[in-house]
Write a protein that binds this ligand. Structure first.
Ligand SMILES: Nc1ncnc2c1ncn2[C@@H]1O[C@H](COP(=O)(O)OP(=O)(O)OP(=O)(O)O)[C@@H](O)[C@H]1O
Length: 268
């Protein structure tokens, strides 16, 4: 595989803290404390095409950080810069909603597909909301995206008529509908079995390499770290360390199953 080159900064995090107020209590929960990913720091910002994983113990602040990066929540202190534009307390909800619709794709652990809409309709919906494409163009793109994720023969299926892995592939196709600059993924394989985990990770790596979509993904699964360029470990609201993979690699399903069985039977 050709070595990836990262240039353009897409996400900078400058001395960001997130404290939650709890109703009826004086103190706050300090979920993130002075998080810093920037050009002037040891921990570098996220660059176009990079695949970054966020790992660490439960309650460490991973989802809080992902929510800030996705502009669905606001920092208590500090500034997040997306595509060189700062997100500030003055950024209007309208501006942030447009930014999300145009530039950010979200994938969550629970698939969040609209139950009464087919796979095709779910993927077409963000394009209808954005309103840039004509109906024929939307149709072409929705079919292309579902083909890209291997579901060309499931266009008319409702979510309830799809397996978990297939539903997650529809949500990935939907997240890509408006050609986002970044994909934010919160435990996208959390509800999947081993086979679907490997398939979804293979798909995400293919998209990351082919479309150069920047991926930032929260996961609890250490075995899939090999898919990332960089892994950032968050604990108690601060970055503990980072690891860098010189090359992204895939899990071999058969060998992975052997490994998992050996672990379970204590022979490894
Ligand atoms: N809306 C909220 N109100 C109050 N406290 C919150 C809120 N959301 C998160 N927290 C707290 O902030 C801290 C960080 O939570 P966060 O969900 O970001 O961690 P996490 O690393 O994603 O955890 P997990 O791996 O279990 O999902 C935790 O102590 C959590 O209880």
């Amino acid at each position: 595989m050709q070595k990836k080159q990262f240039k353009e900064v897409v996400v900078e995090v400058k001395h960001v803290s997130k404290h939650y107020k709890i109703f009826g209590r004086e103190d706050t929960v300090k979920a993130l404390n002075d998080i810093h990913l920037a050009n002037d720091a040891e921990l570098q910002p996220v660059r176009r095409g990079e695949f970054v994983m966020l790992r660490g113990p439960s309650g460490g602040g991973k989802t809080s950080l992902l929510n800030l990066l996705g502009t669905i929540d606001r920092a208590t202190e500090g500034v997040i810069e997306l595509f060189s534009s700062p997100i500030t307390p003055e950024s209007s909800d309208e501006y942030l909603a447009k930014l999300r619709l145009e530039k950010i794709g979200f994938v969550f652990q629970t698939f969040n597909l609209l139950a009464t809409m087919s796979a095709y309709e779910n993927v077409e919906l963000p394009m209808i909301i954005l309103g840039k494409l004509k109906p024929e163009q939307r149709k072409k793109r929705a079919i292309e995206l579902l083909t890209l994720v291997g579901l060309q023969d499931r266009l008319d299926h409702l979510p309830s008529e799809l397996s978990g892995g297939e539903q997650q592939r529809v949500t990935i196709a939907r997240a890509l509908a408006n050609e986002p600059e970044i994909l934010l993924l919160d435990e996208p394989t959390g509800d999947l079995d081993t086979k679907n985990t490997v398939e979804v990770m293979d798909l995400l790596l293919d998209l990351n390499l082919k479309l150069k979509t920047t991926c930032i993904m929260v996961t609890h699964n250490p075995d899939i770290e090999c898919y990332a360029d960089r892994i950032l470990y968050l604990a108690d609201g601060v970055f503990e360390k980072q690891a860098i993979n010189i090359e992204q690699t895939r899990l071999d399903y058969d060998k992975y199953i052997e490994y998992l069985n050996a672990q379970t039977h204590g022979t490894h």
